[in-house]
Design a protein around this ligand. Structure first.
Ligand code: HEM
Length: 456
């Protein structure tokens, strides 16, 4: 095993079950159409086979078949902790709580699991509905002046929901937006650190200055909020209250730093991904008018002339299927890295300790074995009957196993209500064609402009 600046690079065995992807081929795809071109080619050729990306000494394995995912995420999860490149860079922002691994992650997970439980979601629903209605009012008002940017608008809407759910009424108007923007800046400025994980932190990289500035702003916003929350009673159901009452791995109450870290980690995990997924919803509905018609028919039938209510979510089954199909096709979180702690065999492929594995929901969601005609947008793939007969690991937009997304139910409820409220009140069209690109998430290549008009 060799070492480059502290990163262990195991000598990779050639193995017939492994599909090597040489640097030359990677470079050709990336030059032609960006990293998504490479991913799309891998989806078409030999789907499900473990691929090894030969990026010089860094040779991550792309793992996509449900049998292999079951091995890594469920049956041998202890051998595949996060410890990979992306996570150590993100850890500078999110600390060692819910964004990390080990005992403090476990303690934070326990606390936050209850904050996002079904019972808790019920208590949050008033705040969620108020946020969605107010956010939609604002959107409609802005859209009267001309097309609006879907990314910005969906981020605002998500923020309107998150603010009261996370902080009760403690957060001043506009401060939540500033917090979200600073966290997004801090995360964006970590890209070099993620790409070059072997560079020691003492060596400056582009983005470092922006990172420190943004994290300083984040702490300047969150620390007084926390002090305020400790002085005054905040709503029982807010996430900040749960964290204040929770205990850490040492059995003692979480410190201010740990609470701030967990809140930042929740923003990182949930805010941008939700806004991007909602942005893709409008693109998908614009490209499939018959699906939009189905959603509209369901929304009108279920909600009628009355106001939006939480119990509508259960009845909006087609709308929920549309959301699931959007998350299949666009797979916002396209890559979930892990690192092998000890030597192992995955399928028939030997995996050396220290190897990075990249789970790719984007590729899994295109396996023809589980998704016939995988590129066709078809919400009916998610009828109860068809979902029941499919391997559950063929669909993992929210991950799987011990780190499975804590915000899945929260997102699906929020997104169903957002789509229902907007479709109920507005005619929405996408002004220009949109193509995806690969960054930390699967994002639109160019801004998505929405034309929004009140429904006649
Ligand atoms: C479309 C929206 C979302 C997508 C696609 C998404 C996707 C994911 C994925 C793939 C993971 C697994 C990461 C891993 O295995 O290492 C994850 C974890 C997580 N997500 Fe989400 N997520 C979304 C929304 C949310 C929301 C709204 C929240 C909370 C407000 C949230 C909170 C979390 C947390 C805390 C974790 C880490 C859980 C742990 O490590 O134990 N997510 N998410």
């Amino acid at each position: 095993m060799s070492t480059i600046s502290g990163v262990q690079t195991p000598a990779e065995p050639e193995h017939p079950a492994l599909r090597p992807v040489p640097l030359r081929a990677i470079w050709k795809d990336v030059r032609r159409g960006g990293p998504l071109e490479l991913l799309d080619r891998l989806a078409r050729e030999e789907p499900g086979r473990i691929a090894q990306l030969r990026l010089g000494p860094f040779r991550p394995l792309l793992v996509t078949h449900p049998d292999h995912l079951r091995h890594v995420l469920r049956d041998h999860a202890d051998n595949y902790p996060r410890g990979a490149a992306m996570w150590s860079a993100l850890g500078r922002l999110t600390g060692d709580g819910i964004g990390g691994e080990g005992p403090q992650w476990h303690a934070s997970r326990q606390i936050l699991q209850s904050a996002f439980s079904g019972a808790h979601l019920r208590q949050m629903s008033g705040a969620m509905l108020d946020g969605i209605t107010a956010g939609t009012d604002e959107l409609v008002e802005r859209a009267a002046a001309g097309p609006v940017d879907a990314g910005t608008e969906m981020t605002r809407l998500v923020q309107r929901v998150i603010d009261p759910v996370f902080f009760g009424d403690l957060i001043p108007a506009g401060e939540g937006d500033r917090l979200g923007e600073s966290i997004a800046t801090a995360m964006g400025s970590l890209l070099w650190r993620m790409a070059l994980p072997f560079v020691p932190h003492a060596v400056p990289l582009p983005g470092d200055l922006a990172f420190w500035r943004a994290t300083r702003t984040v702490r300047r916003i969150l620390q007084p909020l926390l002090a305020e929350a400790r002085r005054h009673a905040v709503p029982e159901h807010s996430v900040i209250t749960k964290l204040m009452r929770g205990t850490g791995a040492d059995g003692r109450p979480l410190t201010d730093q740990q609470i701030v870290d967990d809140i930042v980690a929740l923003f990182v995990a949930g805010s941008e991904s939700s806004a991007i997924a909602l942005t893709w919803v409008w693109v998908a509905l614009a490209e499939h008018p018959e699906v939009l018609e189905g959603v509209r028919e369901e929304v009108d039938r279920v909600i009628g002339d009355g106001g939006l209510r939480r119990d509508h979510v259960r009845e909006l089954s087609y709308t929920r299927m549309v959301l699931r199909e959007v998350l299949r096709i666009y797979s916002v979180g396209w890559a979930v890295p892990r690192m092998a702690a000890a030597d192992d065999v995955l399928g028939d492929v030997p995996v050396r300790a220290g190897t990075t594995l990249v789970i790719s929901p984007y590729l899994t969601h295109r396996l023809p074995e589980f998704w016939p005609d995988p590129l066709r947008f078809d919400p009916l793939r998610f009828t109860r009957e068809r979902s029941r007969t499919r391997d559950p690991l063929a669909y993992l937009p929210f991950g799987d196993g011990v780190h499975q997304c804590l915000g899945e139910a929260f997102f699906l409820e929020e997104a169903t209500l957002v789509v229902a409220e907007l479709v109920r009140r507005c005619d929405i069209a996408v002004a220009d064609p949109v193509r995806p690109k690969l960054s930390l998430t699967v994002q639109p290549r160019q801004p998505v402009r929405l034309r929004v008009a009140p429904r006649a």
